[in-house]
Design a protein around this ligand. Structure first.
Ligand code: ZN
Length: 302
């Protein structure tokens, strides 16, 4: 996600210089630093990251903080103003065109897959999941003859109710990688360009990190896969007409930081996002079903 810094400054009626003393490559200089009052082009904004930096007072701030100080705007005002300058994939966000999986192509499970059973089902039960989730999410497992997918719980990704990809979680501790994704050559959609359980997203939704979290939270819940969310995923959430999300990532510091970043990105394109912090060491997947029900209530998702 990128902000068009030039157009943003032009609309805010802030003059800038493309080159000159103190202005490095990829930066544009602004005359006034609202944090120290310097008025001689010692401050600049990075065109890529939209970070503001002042050479005099050393202040570093993201463009929103700079705009708030420079223009005297409230947080909401700066959000409303800045939204129009955000671009995704390099195209201005229009919120109209919705992507779909390629027409006429069908993805099928390999013949080594079958509905979840045996040790893979036992693994889910041992983690406190109800057997019914296997059917509800069409979870699969692979024959022992399938070297790539055996001993993994397979989570199919649907998009508009069509199978587009899958990921498999090992049932063993300390196996690396914990999740294996179908290759992009094989899948109809990159798992990083969609969300797990995306069709369940509603106006009021919950976002979690992994598919096992989705199994626990249930309705109106989808997962960004892996450590980092992508712009494409942010875009997809908006496309689904989501108006408000609660982000419930793992309790560890790193995950909380990511959740806050995701909330910021969603906020920028008009999706109201709240971050719900779990206690350190806890994740939605390890909650009890009744705690999950309480969480859903807290997030206003029924
Ligand atoms: Zn300054």
């Amino acid at each position: 996600m990128r902000i068009d810094v030039r157009n943003c400054l032009i609309s805010a009626n802030i003059s800038y210089k493309e080159s000159g003393n103190n202005i490095g490559d990829g930066w544009i200089g602004v005359q006034h630093c609202p944090f120290c009052g310097d008025n001689r082009y010692h401050a600049a904004i990075n065109l890529n990251s939209a970070a503001f930096s002042c050479w005099v007072c050393g202040k570093k701030a993201w463009i929103y903080e700079y705009l708030r100080a420079e223009l005297g705007l409230t947080e909401q005002e700066v959000k409303d103003f800045g939204r129009q300058f955000f671009t995704l994939y390099g195209d201005a966000y229009k919120g109209q065109k919705r992507i779909s999986p390629p027409a006429g192509k069908v993805l099928e499970f390999p013949s080594t897959f079958r509905p979840l059973e045996g040790v893979c089902l036992d693994y889910l039960i041992s983690r406190g999941y109800d057997v019914s989730v296997a059917q509800r999410y069409n979870l699969q497992c692979a024959d022992i003859t399938d070297p790539f997918w055996k001993f993994r719980v397979i989570f199919p990704f649907y998009f508009d109710w069509k199978l587009v990809a899958w990921t498999g979680r090992t049932i063993f501790k300390d196996v690396d990688p914990r999740y294996k994704n179908i290759s992009n050559k094989q899948s109809l959609m990159d798992v990083r360009a969609t969300l797990y359980n995306i069709d369940a997203l509603a106006r009021n939704s919950i976002l979690v990190e992994g598919p096992t979290d989705v199994l626990r939270i249930g309705s109106a819940c989808a997962a960004v896969i892996g450590l980092e969310f992508t712009n494409a995923q942010v875009y997809r959430i908006k496309e689904r007409g989501v108006e408000r999300v609660s982000i419930v990532f793992d309790g560890e510091e790193k995950a909380v930081k990511r959740a806050i970043r995701l909330a910021k990105c969603l906020d920028m394109i008009g999706v109201h996002a709240d971050v719900i912090r779990l206690p350190e060491g806890m994740d939605p997947g390890s909650m009890s079903d009744s705690d999950a029900a309480d969480l859903r209530k807290e997030c206003g998702v029924v």
